[in-house]
Design a binder for this molecule. Structure first.
Ligand SMILES: [Zn+2]
Ligand SMILES: [Zn+2]
Length: 421
């Protein structure tokens, strides 16, 4: 059973963009203020994603080993460094966000089963690299405030309070992909991308009423799903003109609800985020305290510890043309609440029978949740696409249930992932 584990790391570094083959004026023209010596610094945040089968201890890899590898190979070398000089790779290709992510991938790949390296320069800019030559993606974020009301011609009861005019601070993330330039390391002119998003989207929505001020939505219900589709259509061709491809638009109606669109017909991905607080202890009942401590470290302490788990449940589906939604949101929230209620304010190992046998690592908890949600979500007419469980800012894991071959709740309950030790 494949599981994706994300591990966060951080480093501080400075850099500046300039190519020796260009003169000072040309460098300034190409890179703006970033070309000025000695450059600027960032608090970089790195998310390393690995994937693999869960082992008998309920982990893809021992997290403290993963942490050590990232520290030794990457952050110990880059922290408090001047990137232009620290690694020879950055003399060939500048230390753009995209290229730093690519070089980190190359250096970690011999040690970890990587599937993604994400490098965040700041909350409004990050790059993703997935091991494909010079191909990378870059995301920017912005926001706008707008009013709307949800009411189709058919019925406004369906939308309860949302049928009244109200508003949101929408948070928008735009992801583009393309080939990095072999010298600049960049896939797109970032200033030009920011201008497109600002002019073609933010200016149209910000401080307007979507239903009344945007003609498209006089007939179409402005659900987050329909908004994201419309925004994607606005951005597609201007981004193509900048030499990159729009690969994803993500629109947050609130920090607890967002929709992703990847340009595939009317297929969208709706995510709802919730939280539960639980205690747990990582220890296999068949092993000694000494052995458990060797495997799980502090997490094996006998009386347990706890987390505020953040749960992100993503469903995939076509937008229903009459409601504008992929799934009945109220019903989805209810299904999730039914599952998390018994987990909230519990000691998982003792209070949830499943975790009496199975070590409640984040991976095993996410797998349990995924298996419990799959059928009820199917009954709502949507497909459970992803379960992401964030255990702490440093650790999270993801399960993609469609990867699981016909695993049902019953089989998982009968066959704990943690096999005999
Ligand atoms: Zn609303
Ligand atoms: Zn823990």
């Amino acid at each position: 059973m494949q599981c994706v584990v994300n591990r966060r790391a951080q480093f501080l570094a400075s850099h500046h963009y300039s190519l020796p083959e260009l003169g000072e004026t040309e460098n300034l023209e190409k890179f703006g203020r970033s070309s000025k010596f000695p450059g600027q610094g960032h608090n970089y945040t790195l998310f390393i994603s690995i994937a693999g089968e869960l082992d008998k201890y309920g982990m893809v890899l021992n997290l403290s080993d993963v942490k050590q590898v990232i520290k030794r190979e990457i952050t110990d070398q880059l922290d408090f460094s001047y990137l232009n000089n620290v690694w020879p790779e950055f003399q060939q290709t500048l230390s753009s966000n995209e290229n730093i992510a690519r070089v980190i991938w190359q250096r970690l790949a011999p040690h970890l089963p990587l599937i993604r390296v994400q490098l965040v320069e700041h909350t409004g800019l990050w790059a993703d690299y997935m091991g494909e030559g010079m191909q990378a993606s870059l995301s920017i974020s912005t926001h706008f405030s707008a009013a709307h009301r949800l009411a189709s011609n058919l019925s406004s009861e369906k939308y309860s309070k949302c049928s009244r005019t109200h508003g949101h601070n929408y948070h928008l993330e735009v992801t583009v992909e393309g080939e990095m330039d072999s010298r600049t390391g960049m896939i797109i002119d970032l200033d030009a991308l920011n201008r497109v998003v600002e002019n073609d989207v933010v200016k149209i929505f910000d401080h307007f009423c979507v239903n009344k001020d945007i003609p498209h939505f006089s007939e179409i219900v402005p659900t987050t799903e329909n908004l994201v589709l419309y925004i994607s259509n606005l951005l597609k061709s201007p981004i193509q003109k900048l030499g990159a491809k729009l690969s994803q638009v993500k629109l947050f109606e609130s920090p607890q609800l967002w929709v992703d669109y990847q340009g595939n017909g009317t297929e969208t991905f709706l995510t709802v985020k919730s939280e539960f607080s639980s205690a747990h202890r990582l220890a296999h009942p068949g092993l000694s305290l000494e052995k458990n401590t060797e495997i799980y470290g502090k997490c094996a302490r006998v009386n347990g510890h706890g987390h505020n788990y953040q749960l992100e449940v993503t469903v995939k589906g076509e937008i229903d043309s009459s409601t504008g939604m992929v799934v009945d949101l109220g019903a989805l929230n209810q299904v999730i609440a039914n599952l998390t209620e018994p987990l909230d304010h519990s000691f998982l190992n003792r209070d949830v029978p499943y975790f009496g046998e199975v070590v409640p690592t984040a991976e095993n908890i996410a797998l349990y949740i995924s298996n419990m949600l799959r059928l009820p979500i199917q009954e709502l007419g949507a497909e459970l696409y992803k379960v992401k469980l964030v255990e702490s800012p440093n650790n999270s894991c993801e399960i993609y249930p469609s990867d699981i071959e016909s695993t049902s709740v019953i089989t998982v309950q009968n066959q704990p992932v943690l096999a005999t030790v």
